[in-house]
Design a protein around this ligand. Structure first.
Ligand code: ATP
Ligand code: MG
Length: 191
């Protein structure tokens, strides 16, 4: 089983790189952001709850997010592994993921930490907002999300370092080069 956590600030390229990894390694993809946006689009109760947080640039409460993740994980059959994109975003979520995988006789193989400078993140997200119309990709909400990232999510870098699973990836520059660096890190972790 190849269980990869792809980590980074909003706009660091987690979704883009996840698609490439899925194609190369034939594993499943869980994007918590995509799951939540689908719930919002379908007008479910969960979607309504999620929208309140997302529009404010806040995180969905851990207990809710952890339940969602467990149910998506259980929906995969004959999986070769999973890339976790957008989860964990807090220490509590990282601990829950570790436990959830342990209960299934599995572990996280590695954590890819996509690092991108803040001015570049702002540029990418504002452009994405103009192109996709994603409601949380506006300057005011992006700034809030970056504050949340630094306070609640960035501490996971040290957490995964302590687990011996952290792998730094330069997320700035050529897309192909970033993918190649990611593949090198994965291949090294499974060797
Ligand atoms: P990227 O651009 O790198 O894909 P992102 O931060 O722009 O990242 P998503 O991962 O799509 O966007 O998440 C969008 C929003 O959904 C978050 O700002 C947050 O409100 C909510 N969300 C997604 N994952 C989680 C999570 N694990 N815990 C809590 N809230 C989450
Ligand atoms: Mg995404």
């Amino acid at each position: 089983m190849l269980n990869i956590v792809i980590f980074g600030a909003p706009g660091s390229g987690k979704g883009t790189q996840s698609e490439r990894i899925v194609e190369k390694y034939g594993i499943n993809h869980i994007s918590t952001g995509d799951v939540l946006r689908a719930e919002i689009k379908n007008g479910t109760e969960l979607g309504k709850t999620a929208k309140g947080y997302i529009d404010q640039g806040q995180l969905i409460p851990d207990s809710l997010m952890i339940d969602i993740l467990a149910s998506v994980l259980d929906s995969f059959k004959d999986s070769k592994g999973v890339i976790f994109d957008g989860f964990p975003r807090t220490i509590a979520q990282a601990e829950a993921l570790k436990k959830m995988l342990a209960e299934r006789g599995q572990t996280v193989t590695l954590m890819l930490d996509l690092e991108v400078p803040e001015d570049e993140l702002m540029k990418r997200l504002i452009l994405r907002g103009q192109q996709s119309g994603r409601a949380d990709d506006n300057e005011e909400t992006i700034k809030k999300r970056l504050v949340v990232y630094h306070s609640q999510t960035a501490p996971l870098i040290d957490w995964y370092k302590q687990e011996g699973l952290h792998s730094h990836i330069n997320g700035l520059g050529d897309l192909e080069k970033i993918t190649a660096d990611i593949c090198t890190a994965i291949d090294k972790a499974v060797k």
